[in-house]
Structures are given as C-alpha cells and as structure tokens.
Design a protein around this ligand. Structure first.
Ligand code: MTE
Length: 328
C-alpha cells in the first residue's frame, strides 16, 4: 500500500468532541462557499492540510514530473466541466446536475468506514479536511459515452484514508455508496431511471490503494460544486467515468466483489472493472474515439482513446494475466 504520511489510528469510538467539532465548523465556513478558493501552498513544505484561524484550505499545486498526476493537455474550462455532468440522482440530462444538485445539503457531512477493518468509524468532513494534506492532480476523465475532460482536482489519495481504518487481511474489495436523499434528489423519484439507489461502486483493494486513486474535495482550486459530487467524490482516472462515484457517505471494506450501480442496471453493457479500453466496444458503440470537451461543430476535438485512458504505464501491472475482454 502506498501512502505518503502516517497519522494516529482512529479508535472505533472516535467521535469528535462537540467543542472541537464546532470550532472546526467555523473554520469550515471559510471553505463552504463555492466562491472561496482553496489556497495553493507555495511549496510542499508549506502544506498545512487545514490552517487554523479560519483561513481557507491549502493544497500543493500539481506540478510536472509526477508520473500520471499531471498532464499539460489543455484544461477543460471550469464552466464547461460544471455544466455537462452525469449525476443521475438529479436527472438523466447533462444539465440536470447543474440545475438541481444545488438543493443537496452537504453540511454536515459524514463518511462512515466499515466492514473488514480493525477500526471502523466515522469521519466528519471537517476531520477529513484536517487530517489529510491536500494536493492537486490534473487528470483526464473519460466517460463511457465518449466525451472526456481534463480537470484539476484537489484532494488526497484514497489509500491514505483506507490505511487509517486498518483493513483486515480479508478485505479484498472496497465498496462505495453515495448519499440517497429522495427529497433533495429529483432523479431518484423518477420512474424512468433504470438505476437503483443508493448509487454504489466498487474497486479491488489493489486498485483502491493505487496512488492514482484519488478522493477529491475540490477542483479548479475551489470547493467542489455539488454537480461534481460535493463534498467528497472518487476520481479513478484509468476507468470509465461512472466508476468515479460522487457524494460518498459510506466506504466498506469487503471480502467479495461488491455490486455496482451500472452493472446491476445493465449487466450486458457494464462490467465490474470498466477499465478504459479502446479495443473493447460497448455493445452499442465503439470506444475507439472520444470527444474532448468543449468541442464545437467546427472543432469537434475528436481524439483516439488510449488504453487505460493513457495511464497504462502506471496501472497495467494491476491486470497482468487477466483477460481484459472478459473482465471489462
Ligand atoms: N456518481 C453518482 N453518485 N451518480 C452518478 O450518476 N455518474 C458517473 C460518475 N459518478 C454518477 C456518479 C458518471 S456516468 C460519470 S461520467 C461521472 O460521474 C461524471 O463526473 P463529472 O460530472 O464530475 O464530470
């Protein structure tokens, strides 16, 4: 397991004392509004995770040279990325998340970690932000529907969080669950959606602890907009976008391969692994090309899709010996 730092273990009974929690909530107010920037640290030495005194959060900006954590491809403009989304809890249209996800309340927010761990427990969002130093990653995200974006995410490796809960030797997979709140999510009340709620996803433990697997709390240097999966979402850049589950409330370490939302809904079309693979067609379309957003009629920006979305060098070894057509 690759992690960058160690923090004291979390006891199973850990609940943040009220006074500390309230103080942190004040600090968080500086972070809560969309317009509040995360403050980029000047150098790795300056990273503070969360600063005291009500200042916004700091993060280490993405820099060239780190394998897979950076690309100099043209960034998708923030407004384009935030207005063309998939978040089916708010509807099936690309603009539904931008139009309706604002109704989702993200404060307070708790992530529960349970299952095959020695120290199950809950983390308030404030605890998460205080505990894990934040960094920026510029990742390509490729949707199964053949559009792709390049987005600067702010967050921390999923491995760091998993390690704190001390997975047991029986933990072979990691299951994720999104918030399910019907009153705030019009898509979950619709009879036309084929998805079951809550939205669930899963990774094998070695995938989940790979350094590229990232939990994002911000993007473009700011708090994550709700349509992108606020306040905390997964980003797995070598897999089709639907594996990058949004607005996570539960992470369970499990022994058996967990169900996933799209596989349950359309098992013929969506497998568990869902690695980006231009050689394996979707049953209804080819996966050889993608449209890099924003495209236009005059500049469609159609580009070939790369194996593992261009992260082959980093992740191919996870799948040595596997038939990637069978395990798609
Ligand atoms: N997570 C939840 N909870 N619900 C969803 O509908 N859609 C997935 C994924 N995560 C989805 C989700 C799909 S299909 C894609 S392509 C990406 O989110 C899109 O992420 P973005 O809108 O932030 O670009």
């Amino acid at each position: 397991m690759s992690v960058r730092f160690r923090v004291p273990p979390i006891s199973s009974s850990e609940i943040t004392p009220e006074s500390v929690y309230l103080r942190r909530r004040e600090i968080m107010k500086a972070f809560a509004a969309l317009s509040v920037p995360l403050v980029a640290g000047v150098s790795p030495a300056a990273q503070a995770g969360i600063s005291t005194g009500g200042k916004p959060l700091e993060y280490v900006p993405a820099s060239q040279g780190t394998q897979g954590f950076y690309t100099d491809e043209r960034l998708t403009p923030r407004e384009d990325a935030a207005s063309y989304n998939n978040f089916f809890e708010f509807g099936t249209g690309k603009s539904d998340p931008a139009n309706y996800a604002g109704a989702m309340s993200t404060d307070p927010w708790t992530v529960e970690v349970d299952g095959e761990v020695d120290r199950p427990g809950k983390l308030h969002l404030e605890d998460i932000l205080g505990r894990y130093p934040l960094e920026e990653r510029i990742y390509r995200l490729r949707c199964v529907e053949r559009w792709s974006m390049v987005i600067p995410w702010v967050g921390f490796p999923l491995a760091s969080l998993l390690q704190d809960f001390q997975p047991t030797s029986r933990a072979k997979f990691v299951a994720f669950e999104t918030l399910y709140r019907r009153s705030e999510m019009p898509g979950t009340r619709s009879f036309t959606s084929t998805l079951e709620w809550p939205y669930v996803e899963g990774l094998r433990i070695d995938e989940a602890t790979h350094p590229l697997a990232f939990l994002a709390v911000g993007n473009y240097g700011k708090t994550l907009p709700n349509q992108h999966g606020a306040p905390i979402r997964l980003v797995v850049p070598w897999k089709y976008g639907y594996k990058s589950i949004k607005s996570i409330v539960r992470i369970s370490l499990v022994e058996k391969q967990p169900p996933t939302a799209w596989n349950k809904s359309q098992p013929r079309e969506y497998g568990f692994y869902s690695n980006v693979n231009p050689q394996v067609d979707h049953p209804r379309w080819s996966q050889q090309y993608e449209r890099r957003l924003p495209g236009s009629l005059f500049e469609p920006r159609e580009i070939p899709t790369l194996m593992f979305n261009g992260y082959e060098e980093q992740v191919a070894s996870l799948y040595t010996g596997m038939d990637l057509r069978k395990y798609h």
